[in-house]
Design a protein around this ligand. Structure first.
Ligand code: FEO
Ligand code: CA
Ligand code: CA
Length: 652
């Protein structure tokens, strides 16, 4: 979700519940001190942190293969760009068929019925599940793609506002949300194609896809509505941002900025404080004008049915997606997972809003990746934790468990369902550390380390800076590295250090932290989505919103970021989106010879003053018409497949 939407959230939005403050003022680390290495392990700022880090990661490799590609030059224009030696091919665009019987896309005659058969808008998370499942094939599989939200002014001709939109237009936007599952295969020429008649191909939409609520909050009174007196069945999944693929090949979709879809007056509903903590209602989409479930006055419990992680089995087209309430309710970015020492699943999750928290869920039971259906209820049982960071480089995962540490009737929690429905307030109660917009949280299956993308936080005052969030008025974000104690993702202890503090390294006033070998083209701002390739190397996608001209002066893109060895903290630019787009996706095939990326909302995030002459970017006059560059076609969010000319792994 771009910052233009994020900026709709005024700084006072989250003050309805008084929160514990994070650690006190911390000093900024010098660029050089954090980059020091001993035996390949990064040393954090203090001696105690260094010792903890060393003891906790004694099995981690001391180095990873270098990135050998020739770096892309920074820029901003109407096209995509990829590093020399690579092809970037369009795989699927908004409006392309998902089902073989989908009508041809006609932007002048859009209907909701057509959109439910076509690829949705604003592709975000991309996940790859190999076919056949269980084989690490890299030339055949299904792609699972989130459709996060819609930009109506770029979708519809002569669009005025969501509050003046027709019923059909509103329903097109509901149908354009959700997700797509497409079977894809690599042809003899090395190019990827959608398998058009595949039985796996499926659209999930906000208009017509029934889902179950499962786990501790399912069936609770606070989830019941007039349309669903059971509190267990809901139509659609909303504002799906990033996600994850589980070891058993299911797809996790994070429901993020759910507040923008609700209108009406809260009145004196018992849910008032709960909704205010999630900035509900904040009507931006106009849905409540035609769909009464989005009117909080009429249906005060409907918002409680969103803000979860939805699990989908992409290999069973008839399966009913399930919202896993055990993983908590907040503005979920993603849900990337890794096995614990005892074979349970740890799922790492960010709550993407300024000053919100970092979470992980650890399943009660071990999973069996070879018995797909045997894990059907695995994510319904376990412990949800929220992170507290200490300035000395250590941290704790605090359990969000009813009945302990104030999560009881004295603070208005009467059950685990209450704790989960109001996860943010429960985390406030425990004294979690407010972070600089937690985005994707990526465990590395090779090194066991975890990377937390923190996008930015313009609201953090200098006196509120702390170790893991070291800058006030932070417009550039940082990436924090976590190392679980005892090499175990089930452990409640961890150590942390800052891998990079983003922004221009030549501007000493902003205290960016990079390895000195990072070039003028390599540094970035506002890390969002993360991915790890087959060799264990980290890749970063950025989302600067419409501030890109100020935060980096270049369009968003994909960056390779070294995490080990002497290059640790060095970023290299690999791919660049068209102007106004956000970089989403990054997803590797198991052998890392293909990188799928999602180009979201091309032409959207561009301030009028960035155009000559200054003017808004609209359907009739967009800042780019990528990818078709045809006068009759608006810009279209699309998934791109990147491959190497030599057939080798992405990045060299
Ligand atoms: Fe949907 Fe946090 O980006
Ligand atoms: Ca994102
Ligand atoms: Ca990721």
């Amino acid at each position: 979700m771009p910052q233009t939407f994020e900026d709709e959230l005024e700084s006072g939005d989250d003050t309805s519940v008084e929160r514990a403050t994070g650690p006190s003022l911390a000093t900024l680390w010098s660029r050089r001190r954090f980059l020091q290495t001993t035996g390949g392990f990064a040393l954090a700022a203090t001696a105690s942190t260094s010792l903890l880090a060393l003891s906790a990661c004694n099995k981690a490799p001391t180095d990873l293969p270098p990135f050998t590609f020739k770096e892309l030059e920074r820029g901003a224009d109407e096209a995509i760009h990829v590093a020399e030696g690579y092809d970037a091919d369009i795989l699927i665009r908004w409006g392309d068929p998902v089902y073989a019987d989908a009508p041809l896309f006609d932007p002048m005659k859009q209907t909701a019925a057509a959109q439910t058969r076509q690829f949705g808008y604003n592709n975000d998370y991309v996940g790859f599940v190999p076919l056949p499942f269980g084989n690490a094939t890299s030339d055949h599989g299904v792609l699972c793609i989130n459709h996060e939200y819609t930009n109506a002014a770029l979708m519809f001709p002569n669009f005025v506002s969501t509050d003046a939109a027709s019923r059909e237009q509103i329903d097109v936007t509901l149908a354009a949300h959700g997700g797509s599952i497409i079977e894809i295969a690599r042809n003899a020429d090395g190019k990827w194609k959608v398998v058009q008649a595949s039985p796996y191909n499926r659209r999930l939409t906000m208009l017509d896809t029934a889902m179950d609520l499962s786990g501790p909050a399912a069936g609770h009174e606070r989830l019941k509505t007039s349309a669903d007196p059971t509190g267990r069945r809901v139509i659609g999944t909303l504002n799906n941002c990033a996600g994850g693929i589980t070891p058993w090949g299911t797809w996790l979709m994070g429901e993020e900025n759910i507040n923008f879809y609700f209108g009406g007056e809260l009145g004196d509903t018992p849910e008032k404080a709960n909704h205010e903590r999630m900035s509900i209602p904040r009507n931006l989409m106009g849905w409540w004008r035609f769909h009464m479930r989005f009117d909080v006055e009429l249906e005060p419990n409907e918002p409680n049915r969103f803000g979860w992680v939805t699990e989908v089995d992409p290999l069973d087209p008839k399966s009913i997606p399930r919202k896993r309430t055990a993983l908590g309710r907040f503005k979920h970015e993603g849900a990337e997972s890794i096995a614990t020492r005892k074979g349970r699943l740890a799922v790492y999750m960010g709550d993407d809003q300024r000053g919100e928290y970092l979470y992980k869920f650890v399943s009660r039971d071990a999973f069996d990746a070879d018995n797909r259906t045997g894990n059907a209820d695995l994510l319904d049982h376990g412990t949800l934790y929220v992170a507290r960071f200490k300035d000395n480089g250590s941290g704790r995962w605090l359990p969000l468990t009813f009945g302990a540490n104030g999560l009881d009737a004295t603070n208005g929690f009467l059950s685990q369902a209450d704790v989960l429905i109001e996860t943010r307030r429960a985390a406030d109660t425990l004294g979690a550390t407010p972070m600089d917009r937690p985005e994707d949280v990526q465990p590395n299956h090779i090194t066991g380390r975890v990377y937390v993308a923190l996008a930015n936080n313009k609201d953090r005052k200098a006196e509120e800076a702390d170790g893991a969030n070291p800058r006030g008025t932070n417009l550039w974000g940082q990436i924090v590295e976590l190392i679980p104690d005892n090499d175990d993702h089930a452990d409640t202890g961890f150590t942390w250090n800052i891998l990079v503090a983003a922004g221009d390294p030549t501007d000493t006033a902003i205290a960016a932290q990079w390895n000195d070998t990072t070039s003028k083209d390599g540094w970035f701002a506002c890390p969002d989505n993360l991915a790890v390739d087959a060799a264990g190397r980290l890749w970063v996608a950025t989302d600067q919103g419409d501030d890109w001209a100020k935060t980096s002066g270049a369009a968003d893109g994909i960056f390779a970021l070294a995490t080990h060895g002497p290059e640790r903290g060095t970023a290299k630019r690999f791919f660049q989106v068209p102007v106004g787009a956000e970089m989403c996706g990054p997803c590797f095939t198991p052998d890392a010879t293909t990188l799928f990326v999602a180009v979201q909302h091309p032409a959207a995030d561009i301030a009028p003053e960035e155009r000559t002459p200054p003017r808004a970017s609209t359907f009739e006059d967009p800042a780019t018409r990528w990818p078709d560059f045809a006068d009759a076609m608006p810009p279209r969010p699309s998934v791109v497949a990147i491959t190497s000319h030599n057939g080798g792994p992405i990045g060299g």
